[in-house]
Design a protein around this ligand. Structure first.
Ligand code: PMP
Length: 402
């Protein structure tokens, strides 16, 4: 008998379980809209040309070796990542008020940020996450020993932002609590605040001295414009607030499996940033010692070479535009098949996902009868869809809602 006899089987992961079901399905019409990864019109994974070129240069460089990175990662990568998020002229960067380290993609950066807060942030141990949010947020911060609470975000009736509810909840939060904000392309709803609403959120954050923790997993992937997608982060940083930021290059550079990301802590003065950086490195040291090199080197090459940077921006816009065009095509197809209901939220929502509003029973019908694989909350990945499949998907939705 194993000493691990009492270990129970973990429940299947909500998203990876869907992929399993999809793989096992032999219906020729099957469609996987569960996965949060970009696919081409032909349904294939995409390696960006800018990434291929950066990799080619890395391989050709005789100075490249496999030595360890520092605990904080590749310095150029950290500097360029902060610049990408905060903007070139950012006062935070000029004044040296950021501590930025390389993290294991978005997830690892959030985890190190949470661990740092758990060890050193004494004002409040409460972390507020939106309802709904990316499922891993709760687990990440709970595992850091923090107390996770929720704030209102999505309004079912309008399938839009519950702005009043959100602001009310932030204003009622414990003084100094950390608040997780999706920088753009909120996952899973695809609903983002307007610039005016971001200002109102900033005021609410200030009124309770909350500590904003931005999760930026989709910069440039939402609108196709890096600056536009970074606007909320910059609004808060330029207003002089202290904050945390987790960046991921999984989606916007298609570096999913390379686990490339960054964590920044913005402080009110440069001396605090230095001390914070020393502790972020300690957190990394105790968890995984130091981050992997390859992906960060690719990102650093692209961000530092004007030609490759320009090429990346074109490719990024290409991905964002294909997703936006999928929204229009699906909306048109729903009209065409005469699907009852208002589907304009599909056009209005932003980023990789659309929160269709389908109920659990309707999703079950989509999967069991139509072989459309998607999460139970009604979320579909627009990036997994192609023009050729929109008609079929619209028929499936019509059948499921009627
Ligand atoms: N935050 C959000 C909101 C996400 O959607 C994701 C990716 N699904 C992540 C963080 C983390 O992704 P990764 O660790 O692959 O960068």
């Amino acid at each position: 008998m194993s000493v691990f006899e009492a270990v129970p089987q973990a429940p299947p992961d909500a998203i990876l379980g869907i992929t399993e079901g999809f793989k096992a399905c032999d219906n020729p019409n099957k469609l996987n809209l569960g996965v949060g990864a970009y696919r081409t019109e032909e349904g294939k994974p995409l390696v960006l040309r800018a990434v291929r070129e950066a990799e080619r240069r890395l391989l050709a460089d005789p100075k490249q070796d496999h030595e360890y990175l520092n605990m904080g990662g590749l310095p150029d990568f950290c500097r360029l990542s902060a610049q990408l998020a905060f903007g070139e002229g950012s006062a935070v960067l000029k004044e040296g008020r950021n501590a930025t380290i390389q993290g294991l993609s978005g997830t690892g950066s959030l985890r190190v940020g949470g661990e740092f807060l758990s060890r050193f942030y004494t004002r409040s141990k409460v972390v507020l996450i939106p309802t709904p949010t990316w499922a891993n947020h709760r687990f990440i911060f709970e595992k850091c020993g923090l107390e996770v609470r929720q704030y209102r975000y999505f309004k079912q009736e309008t399938r839009g932002l519950d702005y009043e509810g959100m602001v009310e909840d932030l204003k009622a939060a414990p003084e100094g609590a950390t608040v997780i904000l999706h920088a753009c392309a909120h996952n899973p709803t695809g609903v983002d605040p307007t610039p005016e609403q971001w200002q109102g959120i900033l005021d609410a954050v200030r009124s309770r001295s909350l500590l904003p923790f931005f999760d930026s997993a989709y910069q440039g992937f939402a609108s196709g414009d890096l600056d536009r997608d970074g606007a909320a982060i910059r609004l808060f940083a330029d207003a002089g607030l202290e904050l945390l930021l987790a960046q991921s290059y999984a989606k916007n550079m298609g570096l999913y499996g390379e686990r490339v990301g960054a964590l920044s802590v913005v402080t009110s003065d440069a001396a605090a940033a230095k001390r914070v950086e020393s502790q972020l490195k300690m957190v990394a040291r105790h968890m995984y010692s130091n981050p992997p090199k390859h992906g960060a080197a690719i990102v650093a090459i692209i961000l530092s070479d004007p030609e490759l940077f320009a090429q990346w921006k074109v490719e990024l816009k290409g991905m964002a535009d294909r997703i936006i065009s999928m929204r229009q095509q699906l909306f048109d197809a729903l009209q065409q098949v005469g699907c009852p209901g208002d589907w304009s939220h599909i056009l209005k929502q932003i980023g990789m996902f659309s929160y269709t509003g389908l109920t659990k029973a309707q999703v079950e019908n989509m999967t069991n009868k139509w072989h459309v694989y998607m999460t139970m909350d009604g979320r579909i990945s627009m990036a997994g869809l192609s023009g050729a499949k929109c008609g079929y998907l619209a028929e499936a939705i019509k059948d499921s809602v009627t």
